[in-house]
Design a protein around this ligand. Structure first.
Ligand SMILES: [Zn+2]
Length: 177
């Protein structure tokens, strides 16, 4: 029974375009497993990690999908860099966007992560942005840094109005970076 539920959920996660952070989690980590980050003391930060995994975050890729009528995915442009081909999704906001205030916050986050890894004498291979983020969340010495960072990035989004594109003309008014 549990095995078939696990198989069902694994298939569901990997078929879902929305659950891209969960999809980037190593397959070996499985489903229906209690994660270490759930024991984090900081309630708001812990909740932010759960929201990120469940695609219940403030990024335009999700918020504008829920809008009526839904905004086409490629029109869900990043509110910070406003580049025409920059969809405001999880990887873009958390790991790639070069606009402020995201860039400086990410710089501090990366420094803290690498300092923690150095002090534990750990090194990680090169990996995709979302795989890296999953590794930082899963690792005991960095999970609190990741959770605080994710909460901080959510708050950055809450402080800046979302960019709503409603026409082809408006979409083309934003420059390609
Ligand atoms: Zn951006």
């Amino acid at each position: 029974m549990l095995a078939s539920l696990r198989t069902y959920l694994t298939r569901k996660v990997h078929a879902s375009q929305r659950l891209c952070v969960l999809r980037a989690r190593p397959k070996a980590s499985g489903v229906l497993v209690r994660r270490k980050y759930l024991a984090l003391d900081a309630r708001d930060a812990r909740k932010a990690v759960c929201r990120l995994f469940a695609s219940d975050h403030p990024f335009a890729v999700e918020r504008l999908r829920r809008r009526s009528p839904p905004v086409p995915r490629e029109w869900r442009i990043c509110r910070f860099c406003r580049g025409r081909n920059m969809v405001e999704d999880e990887a873009h906001v958390l790991m790639l966007c070069r606009a402020e205030p995201l860039r400086s916050r990410r710089g501090a986050f990366m420094q803290a992560v690498y300092a923690a890894l150095r002090s534990e004498k750990r090194a990680w291979p090169e990996q995709s942005p979302l795989s890296f983020l999953n590794a930082v969340i899963a690792e005991e010495c960095t999970e609190h840094i990741a959770a605080k960072y994710i909460l901080d990035m959510f708050q950055c989004c809450d402080a800046v109005p979302i960019l709503v594109v409603t026409s082809v003309e408006q979409f083309h008014s934003y420059a390609m970076p």
